[in-house]
Design a protein around this ligand. Structure first.
Ligand code: LRH
Ligand code: MN
Length: 431
């Protein structure tokens, strides 16, 4: 790390005065969990093994179509982003991987990039392609679509870009490609709904054929936006059918914000697991649309219910169950590092709470049609404050007992302001 970083000494000096309170809380919680037959040491080890990928586009300030207000000490390029990702992992010890986006993260030497990331103790999860924006000098515009465009030349350009992303990903040690496309229409009649899907499947078959043997391709569905009448891959059903048609390396990625309000996302997760097609997640939260808010900040119970399905699948050894956990958020009004720290912790929390569900008691209540009894088994886990377990897991993994307090006390952002010339003026768009 060339610039300022939070030193080990500083971290230890901040952890030390917090240690005895943590030990007290941890012991108290361990006793209460032991009365429920739960081993807090085993739980802490499970939490220490939990990891979620940081979206490289999430460490800069996000925006909307109306405006983006760059924050102080913004990352200027990929290497600043890596520095910030390393700081997040140093404090929370829950984000050992990155999910890059191309061409936003394009650079000249990917082997060097991989080396720098390895130096930070970071590796690469799924790479994301981008055929929803036109790049300078691009031959064909994606205004009317990409993989589903009526013009073969535009489809070929989009296919080639996805294959380039695979080539880059191989240099980074990634083993998956996430394909989200904005393709759709704004008027009834503008697009032939069936032919658009046929063109998607034809294009995806070419991308699929370029996948290395040990790779997966994640199909990311989204109900709407930027298309507002029809979206080609609009829901989990279309995504599932497409993944089944493409082959075993194709799976479905669930971005929590890509559903209509009040949709039962945990059941969609259960269904995709049942069909062996759950590839992974873009975790975030939302109240209305694809709000890309911080995970667990609006609907923490829903996040817990999603992890409840994941642990249920893990426990019964569901076939082909190896979901990739990634965040996908837009930090418009917070310090992105703080939001990503807290979001990683909220995912650890939902994971730990799902692990302490008394599954035999839940199954017994379900078998007895004891509706409230079953519900209360989940509520008991969800209302258990597992914070001491999460903090102890961070501490034992070399992280911070109180990540955001210690991050603020470190003055990291202030240092970055002096190291990174201020990005002036507002722009529009998510990054
Ligand atoms: C689309 C999406 C997709 C991306 C982008 C940054 O809404 O969720 O995953 O590539 O956000
Ligand atoms: Mn997403």
């Amino acid at each position: 790390m060339t610039g300022f970083s939070i030193s080990e000494d500083f971290l230890q000096s901040e952890n030390a005065p917090r240690k005895s309170a943590l030990d007290e809380d941890y012991t108290a919680l361990s006793r209460s969990l032991a009365r429920r037959g739960i081993d807090s040491e085993a739980l802490t080890r499970s939490v220490m093994a939990f990891g979620v990928a940081i979206p490289t586009w999430g460490v800069g300030s996000g925006g909307t179509r109306f405006a983006r207000f760059p924050g102080p000490g913004e990352p200027r390029h990929l290497f600043d982003k890596l520095e910030d990702c390393a700081t997040i992992h140093h404090l929370a010890r829950a984000t050992p991987t990155l999910s890059p986006h191309f061409p936003w993260d394009a650079t000249s030497d990917y082997a060097a990039l991989r080396e720098i990331a390895t130096g930070y103790g970071l590796s690469f999860d799924a790479v994301n392609s981008n055929t929803f924006q036109d790049q300078p000098g691009q031959a064909h515009s994606y205004k009317f679509g990409s993989l589903c465009h009526v013009d073969r030349a535009v489809r070929a350009q989009a296919i080639a870009h996805n294959i380039d992303c695979i080539t880059i990903g191989r240099q980074l040690g990634s083993r998956a490609l996430t394909v989200w496309i904005a393709d759709g229409s704004n008027f009834a009649g503008q697009s032939n709904l069936t032919e658009a899907l046929d063109r998607y499947l034809e294009s995806m078959a070419e991308i699929y054929a370029a996948l290395p043997a040990d790779w997966r391709v994640f199909l990311e569905h989204k109900l709407y936006e930027p298309a507002f009448y029809s979206t080609v891959i609009s829901d989990w059903g279309t995504s599932l059918a497409a993944a089944q048609e493409l082959g075993p390396k194709a799976q479905c990625l669930v971005d929590l914000g890509h559903h209509a309000p009040n949709v039962n996302i945990e059941q969609i997760v259960a269904r995709l697991i049942r069909f062996g097609k759950l590839g992974g997640f873009h975790f975030n939260d939302s109240k209305y649309g694809d709000d890309d808010l911080d995970a667990g900040s609006v609907e923490p119970f829903r996040l817990f219910l999603v992890f409840n399905e994941l642990i249920d699948a893990e426990r019964r050894g569901a076939k082909g169950f190896a979901p990739a956990y990634m965040l996908d958020q837009s930090h418009n009004v917070t310090d992105p590092i703080e939001s990503l720290l807290q979001s990683a912790i909220e995912l650890q929390r939902a994971y730990a709470q799902a692990l302490i569900v008394d599954r035999p008691a839940l199954a017994a209540a379900q078998a007895a049609n004891d509706a409230l009894g079953a519900h209360l088994e989940l509520k008991r886990a969800f209302t258990t404050d597992v914070s001491p377990i999460l903090a102890m897991a961070r501490l034992r993994a070399g992280g911070a007992i109180a990540p955001i307090e210690i991050y603020r006390a470190s003055g990291y952002r202030k240092q970055k302001v002096s190291e990174r010339p201020q990005v002036t003026g507002t722009s529009a768009g998510i990054v």
